[in-house]
Design a protein around this ligand. Structure first.
Ligand SMILES: C[S@@+](CC[C@H](N)C(=O)[O-])C[C@H]1O[C@@H](n2cnc3c(N)ncnc32)[C@H](O)[C@@H]1O
Length: 413
């Protein structure tokens, strides 16, 4: 039962991957075998779990987040799962879920720790777009932000800033001047709000692991996509939005204190909450955990997670091993909270990505599905949308194993 691996290095898509001598794969092989019969593949789902189509839909096109799923997935969830409102996305991001629910007139709640993303999401509930101020052709974001007093215009500026960034948060060298992007963003927002959303859904600044503001059994369905375990740092992108938002807030707050009676219309702002600091992780974007406020008590980590973390330690990737442990500790906490707030019989669709970290394979979908059964969920389906790494490789006694991006469909018992 010991999966022996070859030695040396191999190249995968230009990245040197260390082969692990004598990697123990027993627990992960076993979890894969136990859930094998539940795993289905639906290639159509690949399009739905990404943000590819978001650019062509009103409101969703404002700020297209690489990690977002599509509004089509939200419509599929509402059609197939027919959840009784209110419904919840505890990892709201740019608010694809609550925005699409608002379009379909379904009451929904989103939770997001980043104030900037919550602000843009709330901005989608505006019913008119006031004329934007003129900006100089060579103006940078600080100058433009200092000239804006209406929150709608700040939303447009944040969309303009976002439109110029590459996937890793740098300004695209072919990007048009920010002033042009700002004018375009204002025109886009103005066009979309000609037909305002039929309802304003709620986005709360908070933490998916602590949904204290939601009573037990108060939610009729969850569709969510937590951050994926990854070696890449997606927070560089959101850091840019946070900077623009924080700069504008600081200016508005100083005006507010200098001029008594000056009223800043901050009605688009997320309600102030006692929530953990937004996430700034060096290697991966995962729910804030451990270091922030003490880890949640979720009991022992699954054997599969311990096995993967120990393998990483074996190859001197102790930091990544801690990330893996912390990630799953957070995910278990979040699943527990989802179960608590869901009504009996209600569904939770979770869009999840597996990982291969320094060649260590982590089947996030089956690990979480199995854990869910221990806390009172049934697993209806594990539907694989696509492999995150093309092709697979031998893993212990299994062949052609690749990290999957899946939708895990759970039902509260
Ligand atoms: C994969 S993205 C979700 C994208 C989203 N579906 C959308 O439409 O944009 C994950 C989001 O979870 C947020 N997040 C990270 N840690 C969180 C936590 N502890 N609680 C709630 N949200 C968190 C991140 O800021 C990020 O916006």
């Amino acid at each position: 039962m010991w999966g022996m691996r070859g030695r040396g290095k191999k190249k995968h898509r230009g990245v040197a991957q260390t082969r692990i001598p004598g990697e123990v794969t027993v627990a992960r092989e076993a979890v894969e075998r136990r859930w094998y019969s539940h795993i289905e593949r639906e290639s159509d789902l690949a399009r739905l779990v990404t943000a590819h189509t978001n650019r062509s839909e009103p409101f969703h096109r404002w700020l297209v987040f690489k990690q977002a799923y599509s509004p089509e997935l939200v419509r599929a969830f509402l059609d197939v799962a027919t959840p009784a409102p209110p419904v919840l996305d505890p990892f709201s991001g740019t608010g694809t879920f609550i925005t699409e629910c608002a379009r379909q007139n379904v009451p929904a709640i989103g939770v997001e720790p980043l104030a900037s993303l919550g602000f843009v999401t709330r901005g989608k509930s505006i019913t008119s777009f006031p004329p934007a101020p003129e900006v100089a052709d060579d103006a940078d974001w600080r100058t433009i932000s200092a000239s804006l007093t209406h929150p709608c215009h700040l939303v447009a500026l944040m969309c303009a800033v976002a439109s110029r960034l590459t996937g890793d948060g740098r300004v695209n060298k072919n990007a048009r001047p920010l002033s042009d992007c700002f004018r375009d963003a204002c025109a886009m927002l103005e066009e979309d709000v000609i037909q305002p959303l039929p309802r304003a859904n709620l986005v709360v600044r908070g933490d998916a692991r602590r949904l204290e503001f939601l009573p037990d059994e108060s939610i009729g369905g969850v569709l969510t996509s937590p951050p994926y375990l990854s070696r890449h740092d997606y927070t560089r992108v959101t850091a840019a939005y946070e900077d623009v938002y924080a700069c504008w807030r600081a200016i508005q707050d100083s005006h507010h204190s200098e001029h008594a009676g000056y009223h800043v219309d901050d009605s688009l702002d997320a309600p102030p909450m006692d929530s953990p600091a937004p996430l700034r992780r060096s290697h991966t974007q995962v729910p804030a955990h451990g270091r922030a406020r003490g880890r949640l008590r979720t009991g022992a980590l699954p054997e599969t997670v311990v096995e993967a973390a120990e393998t990483l330690e074996l190859i001197d990737k102790g930091k990544m091993a801690r990330v893996v442990r912390g990630y799953f500790s957070d995910m278990l906490g979040m699943l527990g909270e989802c179960r608590r707030v869901l009504r009996t019989g209600s569904v939770c669709w979770m869009v999840i990505g597996g990982a291969r970290l320094h060649d260590v394979y982590i089947p996030t979908d089956t690990i979480l599905a199995e854990y869910a059964t221990t806390i009172g969920f049934d697993v209806d389906r594990i539907v694989v949308a696509r492999n995150l790494i093309p092709g697979g490789r031998k893993f212990g006694h299994l062949t052609k194993v690749a990290p999957r991006e899946s939708v895990v469909v759970l039902r509260k018992q």
